[in-house]
Each structure stands twice: as structure tokens, then as C-alpha cells.
Design a protein around this ligand. Sequence first.
Ligand code: NAP
Length: 263
Amino acid sequence: MTDSADTTPDLSDAPTSPDAAAATPAGPGQGPVALVTGANRGIGRVIAQRLAADGFRVAGTHRSGDVPPGVLGVRADVTDVEQVDAAYKAVEAELGPVEVLVANAGVTRDTLIMRMSEEDWDTVLETNLTGTFHVVKRAARGMVRARSGRIVLISSVVGQLGSAGQVNYATSKAGLVGMARSLARELGGRGITANVVAPGFIETDMTADLDEKTVAGYQAQIPLGRMGSSEDVAAAVAFLAGPGGAYVTGALIPVDGGLGMGH
Ligand SMILES: NC(=O)c1ccc[n+]([C@@H]2O[C@H](COP(=O)([O-])OP(=O)(O)OC[C@H]3O[C@@H](n4cnc5c(N)ncnc54)[C@H](OP(=O)(O)O)[C@@H]3O)[C@@H](O)[C@H]2O)c1
């Protein structure tokens, strides 16, 4: 599947997706088809760019904003099964069946357990866990048929480490490990890998609102002494999606500067 990933098609001038329902052609490409959820900003956007640079034909979901140039944009809220199905249909029509899925879309609603509302809990679980189930289930259909595929779930260091004020988020991210490992066992015989990438403290909108004291506190606990970048995370995803990741499945790869070491 990934043998052709080292060919780098020129997608740089392709149009971006200006609007909803319709998918925008990403231009000619040779590599496997990859779908990244939440590709309009943050880590997902950089993953989409990295995979496109590596020669994949990349599609990205977005609820708002736009996907990067050279990436086929499809609108989808991952909590909505019908929107997810419509997005896959658009990708299949333009690029072909999805061979690599990167389930990246995620949210936080941080607060202490005593203050955590049902809505805080439901929103995070429905997006991070159930939304991932939706996109994985839909991807599995084509991958099983092709007897080949790569599934990468974006979890978090806090899924294993725990985090005060993030009971909902940590639960959802821990759940992704069980999901990926079950998929690895269930689908391995069909040539499909399923792995987890667990970022640590990465500079994006998700961490932008943290106050200086909290940031300094985190940094003090990170052996590498700095926040990570979206590029750091994208490099791990590119490995799992590319030729080097062919015999890796059920793995949890931390990209956290050592923050979660031992967990
Ligand atoms: N930043 C970190 O330090 C860090 C650490 C560990 C793990 N992670 C994980 O990495 C992933 C990306 O995080 P990030 O930092 O890039 O976050 P971000 O900048 O807040 O971006 C989140 C992305 O997810 C999308 N999204 C959220 N809810 C969605 C839904 N219901 N349907 C479709 N898309 C949805 C957002 O779309 P909209 O723009 O439409 O909202 C956006 O594209 C998340 O799973 C996050 O949990 C991040």
C-alpha cells in the first residue's frame, strides 16, 4: 500500500476547499489516500501537510476554516454519522478509498470533577471517543475490502498519566488505546495496522489559553524542557502511515518530550 509513498506529487497549486458539502479536487497524485480529521488547524493541519509532502493524496475534514492547499477538504462533524459518511463518499469519489486514517479531531472541556457538567462530559466523550469510532468504522469497510490499511488515533499523554481537571478528556484519550489495540487484533489478519500517537504538551489553540504558571509547571516536568510542535507529532504519524510503519501495530507512541515516560 505504501510503496508509492515516496513519490511526491505536486499538489501545491491545488485549490483548497472553499465550502461545505462539495469536495474540492486536490489535483493529481500518486500516493495512497489519507484522511485526516480536524485538518483545518492545529496538529491535524500539520499532519495533513506532512502527509501531502510525503506523497500521500490527502483529504481533511473541517467543521470551520479551511484545509491547507493541496489537501482535499470535506466538511464533517465527527459526532454526526451521516456527515462522516458523506465525507467518505466525497473522498472516495475524488481520490478513491481511504487507505490511511488519522483520527485527530478532539476537544477539551476542562474543569474539576465536582464542577464537571453532564454536557462537559458528553461533548468530550462524543467527540474524542465516539467521533473516532464513527470515522474508524467507516474507514474499516474499505480497508477490509482492500486487505490493507493504516489507522492512527491521536490520543494524549494524559490518557495514561491522568490529569487533574481533565477527567472527561483523559477518559476519552485512554479509551482510544483500548480501541486501537482491539482494532489491531481484529483487523491485523486483513493487513490493517492500528496505532496510537500520544502527544504531550503541544503548542496549538488547545493549549494557547493556559496561564504562564501552568505552562511553566508543565515545562518543569518535561525532560526535554520545552513544549512540542505539531511537526513533532506529524513526524510520528508519517512514520506509522509510511513504509517504515508496516510491521508496527497496537503501539502507543509518545511524542511528549519524555513527560509521560514509564506510563
Ligand atoms: N495541543 C496539545 O497539547 C495536545 C496534546 C495531546 C493531544 N492532543 C490532541 O491532538 C488533537 C489535535 O489537537 P490540537 O491541539 O490541534 O487542537 P485544536 O487546535 O483545538 O484543533 C482541534 C481540531 O479538531 C477539530 N474538531 C473538534 N471537534 C470536532 C468535531 N466534533 N468534528 C470535527 N472536527 C472537530 C477542530 O475543528 P474546528 O476548528 O471546527 O473546531 C480542529 O480542527 C486532539 O485530538 C487533541 O486532543 C493535543
